[in-house]
Ligand binder design. Structure first.
Ligand code: URA
Length: 218
């Protein structure tokens, strides 16, 4: 069977040993899951224990919360694609290290190039800073659209942050409410006879990208 370029990329990483995480207790590489034709992609930090066991991003407690938040924005997991910046679990869920991010980021960028989402929702500081290429705190940039060359970045608080600090939950829900408002403003009805193999709803119409809002970064 012929593999799609995305499946090919996943296959090429199965035994990845480009960084030290390969030898620090990972069970498997967690490439990403979801609709390969998605117009919206979510990017987290790195797999945790459950993700490392199952081989899929966001299947633990943070994933359950993410599913609820997606539903609140009118989205389901089969419409979107989810990946992490780092594809292997860091030991004891420690923060990713710079060399690990640098090694893994090109594969995230290739995933984005192959899926071609219009909107990339970054979850938390790591994903946001990696894709915006700026050391900027999530609280300063969350729930706003940053127009890049090929897609829009929409940073959101990380669901795990609200699991650790319950008082962040209302802010997280508010972020997803703003995401829904953004989607509602930029969605157009799907073509009635659209032949897309898998529904990649919503059909986003983000047509005239503005330059990235660099003034926010000071
Ligand atoms: N947190 C992440 O950032 N990614 C996962 O896949 C799970 C938890």
């Amino acid at each position: 069977m012929t593999l799609t370029p995305l499946q090919d990329l996943a296959q090429s990483l199965v035994n990845c040993d480009r960084c030290k995480l390969a030898k620090l207790g990972r069970s498997q590489v967690v490439f990403g899951v979801g609709n390969p034709h998605a117009s919206i992609m979510f990017v987290g930090e790195a797999p945790g224990f459950n993700e490392d066991q199952k081989g899929e991003p966001f299947v633990g407690a943070a994933g359950k919360l993410l599913n609820d938040l997606l539903a609140s924005a009118g989205l389901s997991r089969d419409q979107i694609y989810i990946a992490n910046v780092i594809k292997c679990r860091p030991p004891n869920n420690r923060d990713p290290e710079q060399d690990e991010v640098e090694t893994c980021k090109p594969f995230l960028m290739q995933q984005i190039q192959l899926i071609r989402p219009k909107l990339v929702c970054t979850l938390g500081n790591w994903a946001t800073q990696t894709l915006l290429e700026r050391k900027v705190g999530i609280t300063k940039v969350k729930a706003q659209a940053f127009y890049m060359k090929d897609f829009v970045i929409f940073p959101l608080l990380h669901p795990a942050a609200a699991l650790h600090q319950g008082n962040l939950l209302p802010a997280l829900k508010e972020d997803f409410k703003k995401l829904k408002e953004f989607l509602d403003r930029h969605s157009k009805p799907a073509e009635p006879n659209s032949a897309a193999p898998i529904p990649a709803a919503p059909v986003l119409n983000i047509e005239s990208p503005q330059p990235a809002q660099m003034d926010l970064f000071g």
